[in-house]
Write a protein that binds this ligand. Structure first.
Ligand SMILES: [Zn+2]
Length: 437
């Protein structure tokens, strides 16, 4: 038998069934076996975990148009360092946003030139592009993203319930999922107005303008709409265990809904937002330490489906306003995605399931992506557990050296990343909903 391209041996592979001491045999970009065999290149992985590369279904790289915020080159490099081998990029914060086939193709072209990770693209649902959803589907959108609240940029308006229902009907017809930012605009606006009238500008004021009820209200509403329209939905960045419970209730009623959370809701709290200020601003906001613990418990119970970074960078100038309400909301964290989850205490099997297998399944990319099974793309990471790795500003690969994790000591280090069997950065390939094989 001729030698295969690459053999990873001596490591511990993290499979859905558990951790197993097997080799990973790779040829022509695919996993071709789990036993040792003759190979042109051999990587000794003793002491290392071999995990499927993360399919980070929630990144904002802002290009074209706002590459001064991030860009595909820096963003994908940072994501790669954080353990991702595929990313799914959000339709907003690039300019123009991804609201029709033309803007979709423009973004795809930029990404094909600059991404070092395989990628798929979300299209947007907004009140101004309902007629373009079908063409977005035909162009290869992996699904759609909608905001129930103001998105933070005026070029991507939030969706009222009527828009949402119409968008979800089209998505259901196209067989595509809709990911939803669920926060209730009316109750947040009411609370914000009251706080602002009293001159509130602090982090604590911001926190009290968005209590968990405002998130739960929105989750309940969108689950109802999903039930009516029979649309598959994925609620992004759920910040609290009560949100996961609402989603569970809807699921028991037969609604096809899944839940994403993000590392920042697992390792940071509202007190960290007060301490760190602008780098830690996000929406929904960080919650209490007990909510953090509750969310981890939901993960252990298997009730959280996916974890995405929600990497949402912005230039320093948008992170300095003394009025916290005016600071750009978004945490830049893709570079530490997988190590942060070790820090949160998740097991390697949980990390593989939530960052790789489940997002790939939800988006129709499994088993080509998110798996170490024979026949899957050889997308994997080699992780050394049990180390102490400090997050340092000089190591950041993002355009702006802003992250809430500076100084944090992470208990795992990503030593190698392979995309389709290549341990060197490659040109990323476009993934469409029919990319599952
Ligand atoms: Zn986001």
């Amino acid at each position: 038998m001729p030698a295969i391209d690459l053999l990873i041996r001596g490591g511990t592979a993290v499979l859905p069934s558990g951790e197993r001491k097997i080799a990973l045999a790779v040829d022509q970009g695919k996993v071709v076996g789990h036993a040792e065999t003759e190979a042109k290149n051999v990587v000794e992985a003793t002491g290392l975990l071999v995990l499927p590369g993360a399919v980070d279904a929630h990144v904002h790289y802002n290009e074209p148009g706002r590459e001064d915020w991030e860009g595909w080159k820096t963003g994908s490099r940072a994501s790669r360092a954080g353990g991702a081998t595929s990313v799914v990029e959000m339709p907003l914060n690039a300019l123009p946003p991804t609201l029709d086939a033309d803007t979709f193709q423009k973004k795809r072209a930029v990404a094909e030139k600059k991404s070092c990770l395989d990628f798929a693209l979300w299209g947007g649902i907004t009140p101004i592009n309902l007629r373009q959803l079908e063409e977005l589907g035909r162009a290869g959108a992996i699904g759609f993203k909608a905001f129930m609240i103001d998105s933070g940029t005026s070029d991507f308006p939030g969706s009222d319930p009527v828009t949402l229902r119409q968008g979800m009907m089209v998505a259901a017809k196209l067989g595509l999922p809709v990911s939803v930012h669920a926060e209730s605009p009316d109750s947040i606006r009411r609370r914000t107005e009251e706080i602002r009238k009293k001159g509130g500008t602090s982090v604590r004021d911001y926190l009290s303008s968005r209590p968990i009820e405002t998130e739960l209200e929105a989750i309940r509403l969108v689950c109802e709409l999903a039930g009516e329209t029979r649309c598959r939905i994925h609620i992004v960045h759920v910040s609290c265990p009560e949100g996961i419970e609402e989603i569970q209730k809807a699921r028991q009623r037969g609604v096809d809904v899944t839940a994403e959370t993000c590392p920042h809701y697992l390792v940071l709290t509202d007190e960290d937002m007060v301490r760190l200020g602008p780098p830690a601003k996000c929406a929904p906001p960080l919650r209490s330490a007990s909510a953090c613990e509750g969310l981890l418990q939901k993960i252990r119970e298997g009730k959280v489906d996916t974890i995405g970074s929600d990497h949402s960078p912005a230039p320093g100038s948008m992170k300095t306003d003394p009025d916290f309400f005016k600071v750009w909301g978004g945490i830049a964290g893709c570079q530490h995605l997988v190590p942060l989850l070790f820090s949160a205490g998740l097991s390697p099997v949980e990390i593989a399931r939530l960052t790789a297998e489940n997002p790939a399944r939800r988006l129709g990319l499994y088993p080509r992506k998110g798996s170490l099974e024979i026949g899957s793309d050889a997308d994997f990471i080699l992780v050394r557990p049990g180390v102490t790795e400090e997050v340092r500003v000089q190591d950041l690969l993002t355009t702006h050296p802003i992250t809430p994790y500076l100084g944090m000591k992470l208990p795992a280090r990503i030593e190698q990343v392979a995309v389709r069997g290549s341990l060197q950065p490659v040109a990323g390939k476009f993934l469409s909903p029919s990319s599952s094989t």
